[in-house]
Design a protein around this ligand. Structure first.
Ligand SMILES: [Ca+2]
Length: 460
């Protein structure tokens, strides 16, 4: 008795299911999916929201160039030196390793001098535009966690568009336009990320910040992820609770930082002058020494590990979820609708584990029938089998939780958490049912907002 009380008072955290990983400052914890704890009931699992560590995603991508033969050196050609358009005896030769500039040199280890870089053929077909698409594909949804940084070895392009895809390259949306003259190139007023705000953070802008010509020192182009985070988390990203809250409740914001592919569309090389020097077209080309993309596998807060196997990234799903992004419940764990984990409440979040299917733990419940006590069934984890409680698994729409096994729903509602309108199930809702007074479409959002407000005082 004494021992059990001792254990319950000093809850003993014994087993960590996942290898503890150092977490980047920018995202905080969420590095453990579950731990075993001792309670008076014995050893049970305690589940938390979790996500993989943010890492260098260029190790896992496939790169594709369009046109495919746009890399210089086949046949060998000469080009002018950076900064000296009249020294045009540099050679690119694809068949000589020391003189070749293949695409993989955009992703190799940098820090050496001189830099290694990919280079395009020169603009010898002027005035036909010299355009190159560089597509980076992960075959997996990933979430960007840091700025995309592209380092040029040539001058930065006069016109460029960074695009993203969320559907493995089927459709593309612009992420940011880059030009020496936004109005002229894209009919857009030039803007900087600093001109945006929380309310306009998703606006797609054209920036002139990164396109100044040939002779300048800076070679870098950014797509500013951190500046966008800072609208919610403050300039030093200290108020992460605020950012997490927004990501949890605003799908558009979460999707903004999520990609399966990126595409760099190089539309016009650095000219640096008003007119193209037609006598020295070997001055004009694109060369990129490095591309940085930091992010993590999107696992819907149901995994800390993302494995790279057979050239493919896959989440190692916990919480009885499955699929490449842990986007559905495992077979026999369909006891309630799948939902992503939640960052809230800070710092451990909510796992939203999939629970055993009703058919797998006994007879399906009927309305007005109390479920049998689940702990008496053959369920290995009584804690996991909770259908509702007063902390995280709230019954929705005014329902009350009965013995943690069933929500008693108001007459108009049904579903395991009273999340569905009864008329909807019967197909007899009038057109305005479910609107207005019913929060049926957004119970999670309301719950999260409530958690957010109680979790910490937030400054937006
Ligand atoms: Ca390189």
């Amino acid at each position: 008795m004494y021992l059990s009380r001792f254990l319950s008072i000093h809850a003993l955290w014994v087993t960590v299911s996942s290898v503890m990983q150092p977490y980047p400052l920018v995202w905080g914890h969420y590095d453990v999916c579950k731990t075993q704890i001792y309670t008076e009931e014995g050893k049970v699992w305690d589940y938390m929201a979790c996500q993989p560590e943010s890492t260098d995603m260029t190790k896992y991508l496939k790169v594709k160039l369009d046109p495919p033969d746009i890399t210089c050196g086949d046949p060998p050609e000469t080009f002018c030196a950076m900064g000296n358009p009249y020294m045009c005896n540099n050679e690119c030769d694809a068949s000589t390793p020391e003189l070749a500039h293949p695409p993989e040199l955009m992703f190799d280890f940098e820090g050496r001098h001189p830099s290694t870089f990919w280079q395009s053929a020169t603009w010898k077909d002027y005035p036909k535009p010299l355009q190159v698409n560089i597509t980076l594909s992960w075959s997996k949804t990933i979430e960007l966690t840091d700025n995309i940084v592209i380092t040029f070895e040539s001058g930065r392009p006069d016109q460029m568009i960074l695009e993203k895809s969320l559907d493995y390259g089927r459709t593309w949306q612009p992420y940011q336009y880059y030009a020496t003259d936004c109005l002229d190139a894209f009919h857009m007023d030039p803007k900087s990320v600093k001109d945006l705000s929380q309310h306009t953070v998703l606006e797609i802008i054209c920036t002139e910040e990164y396109s100044t010509g040939y002779m300048t020192n800076s070679k870098i182009i950014h797509f500013e992820i951190k500046d966008r985070f800072a609208f919610f988390a403050g300039p030093w990203l200290r108020n992460m609770a605020s950012l997490y809250g927004q990501l949890d409740t605003t799908k558009k914001l979460r999707d903004f930082f999520t990609v399966t592919d990126l595409r760099i569309r190089l539309l016009r090389p650095a000219v640096g002058e008003i007119f193209v020097d037609e006598l020295h077209l070997a001055r004009y080309f694109y060369a990129i020494s490095d591309i940085k993309v930091h992010g993590r596998c999107k696992c819907n807060l149901h995994a800390t590990v993302c494995v790279y196997d057979n050239s493919k990234l896959t989440c190692e799903c916990e919480h009885n979820t499955t699929g490449p992004d842990c986007g559905k419940c495992k077979k026999n764990y369909q006891g309630r609708p799948w939902s992503p984990g939640s960052y809230l409440p800070i710092p451990k979040g909510t796992a939203n584990t999939c629970i055993p299917s009703i058919s797998s733990i006994g007879n399906p419940p009927k309305f007005n029938t109390i479920w049998p006590n689940i702990s008496s069934l053959e369920v290995s984890n009584p804690k996991q089998a909770n259908v509702c409680d007063n902390e995280l698994l709230h019954c929705q729409n005014g329902g009350t939780c009965h013995n943690n096994v069933r929500c008693l729903c108001p007459a108009a509602y049904t579903g395991i958490l009273c999340e569905k309108l009864r008329c909807e199930e019967a197909g007899s809702c009038s057109s305005d049912s479910g609107q207005g007074s019913s929060p049926q479409g957004h119970p999670t959002l309301l719950l999260l907002t409530a958690l957010l407000v109680t979790a910490s005082p937030l400054v937006f």
